[in-house]
Design a protein around this ligand. Structure first.
Ligand SMILES: NC(=O)C1=CN([C@@H]2O[C@H](COP(=O)(O)OP(=O)(O)OC[C@H]3O[C@@H](n4cnc5c(N)ncnc54)[C@H](O)[C@@H]3O)[C@@H](O)[C@H]2O)C=CC1
Ligand SMILES: O=C(O)/C=C/C=C(\O)C(=O)O
Length: 480
């Protein structure tokens, strides 16, 4: 069985304690690899390697650092098939999604920040006749990047690329649930000639490796994507140490459909927004609010399309819905479907576990599920399920739907469907969310600020925001 290693100081090494964790293929419900069950000893080695590498990496010209990221982007593209197969095996997502979404985005992240760093300029402020200020942005030193299982290489690279481009050395921890592509990336880092210690990848549990990174006094910056509960515990450790934090957390995103929408586009994209990656994206539109005059027509078309989604073997071309990432997560998703029924909801599509025939008969699959008849403020409609479950709710007025949209503790993203531009602006500005899409969903421009309000996070990633996060500004004021 494949035995993964940590990547520390440029070498692939076994964990100090010699312990391993099983990694499962959720589509077949069986173990397919072992990953290091690392602990604080491995984190210490990684931090020491990163500290040693930092002075030379920080002194390396931005152009040279950028070139190394561009080389990594090329290598990711070159190994697209192998990486996509690994991602599909680890997550249970359709191979076609891994090939067209996850892995291409990973190379885009590298390419984007390999280039962006060349354009990241210092600010200067002139005080007429008195002084000139210029602001230098220094890398922090060693930064910690902790990423989740839903979009493994996509989100891992989304963090490490700006951190490295800005001149930091990185200790990174992929999710223990989906470690494979980060491991393969460490091999590509060796091939690309990344200097030893610049990037270190420590595999293992969050409560051991992640917690040790967050508590480490020589890691002053943490970038985290994952559940809100975990984000809260990271913040509790980091706050008294005055660490700089970027937290990208959960979402319970409203998808607001007005009667004047482009109907066909609204239906097709709402299905994608609800069920892409089996609903396991923090941006998924998991609460659909439809203007009452359109409600029945929308419901019929939506349910028809949902019933046509193919739940099946991730390796088959026609599969649109793969497996749920783990047995534990499957149970969580199923428990929310039961909760929805107990809260008075009616299942209008799906609503149960699916047994896929053949190779995947022991896999963890859930039918894409649509529920109606729930109160806007019940638990099903306010807690993050993070699975293929969506609710439908009618509304009568703009004021009412804004109340529904804003009634959760989350504030990550929202989509608004209307042909009325004035209404689109008006509603967009009143929804409490960091990312608003009008007549689209998950249309990403990597230059834009990405992140959430309220319990969806702290800070923003993307574009120059991430380069600002991963640098410490220092102002120099010169009297004229
Ligand atoms: N991107 C998102 O918004 C994600 C949201 N979630 C939500 O969170 C729920 C729980 O999923 P989990 O897999 O448990 O996510 P999680 O938040 O525990 O995992 C994310 C990452 O944090 C690490 N981690 C866990 N505990 C840590 C700690 N104490 N200190 C530092 N790092 C730690 C994990 O090992 C993983 O690398 C999901 O059901 C879903 O609702 C989960 C994954 C991604
Ligand atoms: O940057 C993106 O395009 C998507 C990010 C998605 C997440 O952060 C998530 O699902 O956790």
């Amino acid at each position: 069985m494949l035995k993964l290693k940590n990547y520390i100081n440029g070498e692939l090494v076994a964990p100090v304690a010699g312990q391993y964790i099983g990694s499962y293929n959720p589509a077949v419900g069986a173990m397919h690899a072992l990953l290091p069950d690392s602990d604080e000893q491995d984190v210490e080695l990684a931090v020491q390697a990163a500290l040693a590498a930092f002075p030379a990496w920080a002194a390396t010209a931005a152009e040279k650092r950028g070139q190394l990221l561009l080389r990594l982007a090329d290598l990711i593209d070159l190994h697209l098939n192998r990486l996509a197969e690994a991602e599909a095996t680890d997550t249970g997502k359709p191979l076609s999604s891994a090939k067209t979404m996850d892995i291409p985005r990973a190379s885009s992240n590298m390419r984007f920040y390999g280039t962006a760093i060349q354009h990241f300029a210092s600010e200067a402020h002139y005080m007429a006749g008195t002084a000139i200020n210029y602001t230098v942005r220094h890398p922090h030193g060693v930064v910690g990047c902790i990423s989740p299982w839903n979009l493994p290489l996509y989100l891992f690279t989304w963090k490490i690329a700006p951190a490295l481009a800005a001149g930091n050395c990185v200790v990174a921890k992929p999710s223990e649930v989906t470690p494979l592509t980060a491991y393969l990336l460490s091999e590509l880092c060796q091939e690309a000639g990344l200097p030893p210690g610049v990037l270190n990848i420590v595999h293992g549990y969050g409560h051991k490796v992640g917690a040790a990174m967050v508590a480490h006094p020589k890691v002053p910056v943490i970038s985290f994507t994952g559940g809100t509960k975990t984000g809260r515990s990271i913040a509790a450790t980091a706050a008294p140490m005055f660490k700089k934090l970027s937290l990208e957390l959960g979402g319970k995103n409203p998808n607001i459909v007005f009667a004047d929408c482009n109907f066909e586009e609204a239906v097709v994209t709402s299905v994608r927004a609800a069920f892409a990656n089996q609903g396991q994206i923090c941006l998924c539109g998991s609460r659909i609010f439809v203007e009452r005059s359109l409600y029945e027509q929308f419901k019929a078309a939506f349910v028809e399309k949902v019933n046509a989604l193919v739940v099946g073997d991730p390796l088959q071309e026609n599969t649109s819905q793969g497996a749920i990432v783990s047995e534990e997560h499957l149970q969580k998703v199923l428990s929310y479907i039961e909760l929805a029924k107990a809260e008075g909801g009616t299942i209008v599509a799906g609503g149960e576990q699916v047994q896929v025939k053949g190779r995947c008969e022991k896999g963890w699959f859930v039918a894409p599920t649509v529920i109606e008849g729930l109160a806007h403020n019940c638990r099903t409609n306010t807690e993050e399920i993070f699975g293929p479950v969506v609710t439908l709710t009618p509304f009568d007025t703009e004021e009412e739907v804004l109340h529904y949209a804003n009634c959760t503790d989350y504030g990550l993203s929202a989509t608004i469907w209307t042909q009325d531009l004035t209404r689109a602006h008006r509603v967009a500005h009143q929804v409490h969310a960091g990312i608003i899409w009008v007549n689209t969903w998950l249309l990403r421009d990597l230059r834009t600020p990405f992140g959430g309000m309220k319990n969806s996070g702290v800070g923003r990633e993307g574009g120059f925001e991430a380069l600002r996060f991963f640098t410490e500004p220092q102002n120099v004021c010169i009297k004229l």
